[in-house]
Write a protein that binds this ligand. Structure first.
Ligand code: FES
Length: 159
């Protein structure tokens, strides 16, 4: 078994909640690896007596699953109602520009991913962004761009 297969195996078998489903198994893999490799789809299909197609159907329904290994840095911009009302749109534009990108997604050199989040759970500090899972509240377009520039000067969280 390869290292990747072992981690998939352990993540799926390590679930302790009473109800284990295709979705919970995929979430366990995403938690462990940061993405769902095709080996995991095959493994979860075997584990849950489903077909690979059924597992893909569940996996592709959830927009937060990734199917590629994570990039070095993750920047999320909250797009929830509270943040929207106080300028999330401007923050998002500025973040995309600071990252040297045209839209959300992975930058071509895999140094950063920018994506929306529907609520980062800190609405009282809106507008909110997160940088490698660290929240930054009450940002504005200028501070958000600075945060992204600082992040991109650092080594990736995986290295
Ligand atoms: S709506 Fe932005 S943190 Fe909740």
């Amino acid at each position: 078994m390869s290292g990747l297969e072992q981690r998939i195996h352990d993540a799926v078998h390590g679930q302790t909640q009473p109800t284990v489903t295709v979705l919970s198994s995929l979430l366990a893999v995403e938690d462990e690896l940061g993405y769902i490799p095709k080996e995991a789809v095959e493994f979860v299909a075997g584990f849950s007596n489903s077909t690979v197609n059924d597992v893909w159907a569940v996996a592709s329904f959830y927009p937060n699953f990734r199917f590629e290994p994570p990039t070095e840095h993750l920047v999320e911009v909250c797009w929830g109602a509270s943040c929207h009302l106080v300028g999330a749109m401007g923050v998002f534009k500025s973040v995309i520009e600071a990252a040297g990108m045209d839209d959300e997604g992975d930058r071509a050199d895999k140094r950063v991913t920018v994506r929306f989040n529907t609520c980062l759970g800190a609405c009282s500090q809106a507008p909110v962004m997160s940088l490698d899972h660290h929240l930054a509240g009450r940002v504005n377009p200028e501070s958000a761009a600075k945060n992204v520039a600082n992040l991109l000067e650092q080594e990736g969280h995986g290295s």
